[in-house]
Design a protein around this ligand. Structure first.
Ligand SMILES: Nc1nc2c(c(=O)[nH]1)N[C@H]1C(S)=C(S)[C@@H](COP(=O)(O)OP(=O)(O)OC[C@H]3O[C@@H](n4cnc5c(=O)[nH]c(N)nc54)[C@H](O)[C@@H]3O)O[C@H]1N2
Ligand SMILES: Nc1nc2c(c(=O)[nH]1)N[C@H]1C(S)=C(S)[C@@H](COP(=O)(O)OP(=O)(O)OC[C@H]3O[C@@H](n4cnc5c(=O)[nH]c(N)nc54)[C@H](O)[C@@H]3O)O[C@H]1N2
Ligand code: SF4
Ligand SMILES: [Mo]
Length: 766
């Protein structure tokens, strides 16, 4: 199969004399989960990384980032020892020293202000690291610290809201069945760069090509003519933030032209009439100008979707990080339901992963007394933002730290996150973090965020731990699984990240650093997880004896949890009840992975709504329609800014790898030729981009890839900050696009940031 466009491999030093061995491993960097072959020299130096042609899932696909895991492992800037800061100076510390310092700092804040003065921020790599993702829950439960801030509110929170309302669980998220669909509409995603998100598949572009080769159609709806469009039949440029209006117009046409046919979904979907009524005034003509898509094209789109043998609309970050993120995320699923392309081959489907995550099972704690998703159970102190699924907008964090008064934040734990670059209102956050009395970062680099920590507790290197993408398989396009052993032993005494989390949790429980027994805490946690699952009526091991299950699950840490999630999952051995079923030990016998076949229908079994049905028209979402109607009357004269990604970059944290950042500057302002002329900016020269919250100066890239009126910047740059340890990234600093993102711009239903569609002004710099 194909190698990603922009192919590179990054061979490292070669010599013929030393012993080499080759390891099979899954790349932990993105949702493509590519199989790798890693050649290691003398037991310690990564020499070469190639695609694993035998991988049953990725079949020889990989991208340039995957070939750089060796560079990342050997990066001299990567932290391998804890770091303690005094003033501006850092020193390496032993683990006992570092934990003792954490104890002192935590005690100081808790004794003066109470535990409520602490919070946690959870960053994106947590999802790709099961030592972290599995134990964040343990950390929260045991420490009593609520991680109410995360990268989730600059990402998929609107989709979580939609899933909580429609399916009763924020993490039950459908994914497009790429391999069997006849028509794919990609809205606000660019798999050419991202490789797919909430859509786990290797080689998404190859699969787009395959759709077209079998006579199908691919349409991309995006303000930018991305690299994905090269693999599509058509590009529909859309004004940022107007996807919900477009989708309502599509529904309007479905209704007017009698195209609605729910198929088997009719059995458990309520509220179709309500949705149709809501779409009544969103005619194609009413939305055309706002969306910048002609009415007849919208009408044809509706017919294409309804009349193709199968069709699927897939929306991702462009439909979330925007003004109407929740409405758009909801309507994507609704459109698929109304054409009957839901939970059936070729439409949006739910996977049946081997490692069934806990999130698929127990009813979520966020639900209200009637069992339905509840929002706004409390509000943030400073701006009064309502909680949504337990979190408030990440942009609230700065004001909660820098605003004095009862309830002010004095302590912060960051877990694999870099909010100083990734969160809106980032200038204010960078100024607020030094005000904290205790900041502890669990992170592998000293970067723009962690430089403010008092203590940094590094995780093991990505190659020093076993790996299993437990969470991500639940939106994979096939039912598959893989598990990889650690490739290198971790340095002596280096605790695993789950042990670090449990130790910090123990400190919050009041234990002294040197008396915390992480094995004991792990047993407590595991026992609790097993107890929850055996008590859950829909679990295949419902009613089984908790102690018996615990005793039958050997090991520790995330591997024990993975074993449990496999064995109690749909394909599991159910601890003897299904003797042919899977266990972790059995999965481990398949280093190239296990493929259990294409997706199968999972409804209504997966529904966790109180009545086991789908209310397609939740009042919470309908209440936002007047705001969308008002948008139709708003003309936008100035420029708006959207975000983009690049294949050779990964949010903010892989710019320290030389082979990825070398060459052409990728942190540029993309602008349409007409807009460039009007603004008086020219290719290669610098422009000043300003918004109500800040300004940056950045090289201009004039390109008709952009639709007129929209400019684009990548996020995750701005590495020219003093006091970090990122020697390569500093040389390729770029600018921080989130200096331009005002914190108050959020989708009101989800609290998710609006980083697409920010009004900006562009002028020549200097
Ligand atoms: N303007 C704009 N802003 C955006 C976006 C956008 O499209 N536009 N996208 C948003 C999205 S989708 C996301 S997910 C966020 C990302 O936001 P964050 O998660 O806050 O940022 P990352 O850049 O992913 O930073 C990851 C951090 O984890 C550390 N790290 C990497 N691997 C490990 C590990 O294995 N263990 C530990 N302990 N640490 C590790 C890195 O050093 C880094 O500090 O950014 C968001 N911000
Ligand atoms: N190489 C690489 N891969 C990554 C990442 C990375 O940083 N680099 N990040 C990972 C993470 S954390 C995530 S969440 C995923 C994200 O994966 P994707 O969702 O595919 O993200 P992007 O590549 O940023 O593509 C978003 C597209 O939305 C468009 N867009 C912006 N505003 C709107 C709008 O209002 N409407 C519509 N229809 N489109 C709009 C943008 O122009 C852009 O082309 O990627 C993941 N994979
Ligand atoms: S596509 Fe994603 S999983 Fe595959 S090699 Fe690249 S970064 Fe790794
Ligand atoms: Mo993300």
């Amino acid at each position: 199969m194909a190698i990603a466009e922009d192919e590179t491999t990054s061979d490292q030093t070669t010599s013929d004399q030393t012993t080499t061995e080759t390891h099979t491993r899954t790349c932990p960097l993105c949702e493509a989960m590519c199989g790798l072959r890693i050649t290691v020299e003398a037991g310690q130096q990564v020499k070469l990384i190639r695609a694993n042609q035998d991988d049953v899932w990725s079949k020889g696909y990989l991208c340039p980032k995957g070939t750089t895991l060796g560079h990342m492992h050997h990066d001299p800037d990567r932290l391998t020892m804890p770091m303690i800061r005094t003033g501006d100076s850092w020193r390496e510390a032993t683990w006992p020293e570092a934990f003792a310092e954490c104890e002192r700092l935590i005690r100081g804040v808790v004794e003066t202000h109470g535990k409520e003065a602490f919070t946690a921020y959870i960053g994106n790599p947590t999802v790709h690291n099961y030592s972290l993702s599995r134990y964040v829950g343990a950390f929260t439960g045991m420490s009593g610290i609520s991680p109410i801030y995360s990268a989730g509110t600059v990402d998929q929170w609107p989709k979580n809201v939609s899933s909580a309302l429609l399916y009763g669980n924020p993490w039950v998220i459908p994914t497009p069945d790429l391999d069997r669909t006849d028509m794919l509409v990609i809205m606000g995603a660019n798999p050419q760069a991202s490789q797919g998100s909430l859509l786990a598949a290797a080689d998404v572009l190859g699969r787009c090509d395959a759709i077209r080769e079998r006579g199908g159609t691919v349409v991309v709806v995006d303000p930018r003519r991305t690299g994905t469009v090269d693999h599509a039949d058509e590009w529909l440029p859309i004004r940022p933030g107007t996807d919900a209006a477009l989708l309502l117009a599509v529904i309007n046409v479905f209704a007017a032209d009698e195209l609605i046919d729910l198929g088997r979904m009719a059995e458990f979907v309520d509220g179709v009439d309500v949705v149709v009524a809501a779409a009544a005034d969103f005619t194609p003509e009413a939305v055309a100008e706002t969306c910048a898509i002609p009415a007849d094209r919208i009408r044809r789109l509706a017919h294409q979707l309804a009349e193709a043998p199968t069709s699927v609309v897939y929306g991702r970050i462009g439909t979330c990080n925007q003004e109407f993120g929740s409405l758009a995320s909801w309507l994507v699923d609704v459109v698929n339901m109304l054409t009957g392309n839901f939970d059936r081959p070729g439409g949006l489907m739910f996977s049946s992963p081997m490692t069934e995550p806990l999130a698929h099972l127990p009813r979520p704690s966020q639900n209200g007394p009637d069992g339905r998703a509840a929002f706004g159970r409390w509000t943030s102190r400073v701006r009064g933002a309502p909680e949504v699924l337990g979190q408030v907008p990440v942009s609230c964090m700065a004001e909660e730290i820098d605003t004095p008064g009862e309830g002010q934040l004095h302590g912060l734990i960051t877990i694999a996150g870099n909010p100083v670059l990734s969160a809106p209102e980032s200038a204010r956050l960078a100024q607020a973090l030094p005000m904290l009395d205790c900041m502890i970062s669990i992170d592998n680099w000293l970067n723009e965020t962690t430089k403010h920590a008092h203590v940094i507790l590094p995780g093991q290197g990505h190659l020093e731990q076993s790996h299993c993408d437990e969470m991500i398989w639940s939106w994979a396009i096939r039912n598959a699984a893989k598990w990889s052993p650690a490739l290198f032993p971790p340095p002596d005494d280096h605790p695993r990240e789950w042990e670090v989390l449990l130790t910090v949790a123990g400190l919050f429980m009041g234990a002294a650093a040197d008396e915390i027994d992480t094995a004991l805490l792990d047993d407590l946690f595991f026992g609790g997880v097993v107890g929850t699952v055996v008590a859950e009526p829909t679990s295949p091991i419902h009613g089984r004896d908790q102690a018996e299950i615990v005793a039958a699950t050997p090991g520790r840490g995330p591997d024990r949890l993975a074993d449990f999630s496999i064995r109690r999952g749909v394909h599991g051995d159910h601890y003897g009840a299904n003797p042919d079923g899977w266990t972790l030990a059995r999965l481990q016998e398949h280093p190239d992975g296990v493929d259990l076949g294409p997706l199968e229908s999972r409804l209504p079994e997966l529904l966790q709504t109180p009545d086991g049905r789908i209310d397609i028209a939740p009042a919470y979402l309908l209440a936002d329609l007047p705001r969308l109607r008002a948008r139709l009357g708003r003309s936008e004269d100035g420029l708006v800014l959207v975000s983009r990604r690049h294949l050779r970059s990964n949010n903010s944290w892989m710019h320290n790898i030389k082979v990825l950042v070398k060459g052409k500057d990728r942190c540029t302002l993309m602008i349409h030729p007409d807009d460039a002329e009007a603004a008086g900016v020219t290719a290669g020269a610098k422009a000043r981009v300003s918004s109500e919250s800040g300004e940056v100066e950045i090289p201009v890239e004039v390109t008709d890839e952009m639709m007129p009126g929209v400019v684009s910047l990548p996020h995750g740059w701005g590495h020219d900050v003093e006091g970090t340890r990122l020697s390569v990234a500093r040389e390729h600093a770029g600018v921080n696009s989130n200096l331009l993102a005002p914190g108050h711009l959020v989708d009101p239903l989800s609290g998710n940031a609006i980083v697409n569609g920010i009004p900006v002004e562009v002028t020549p710099a200097g």
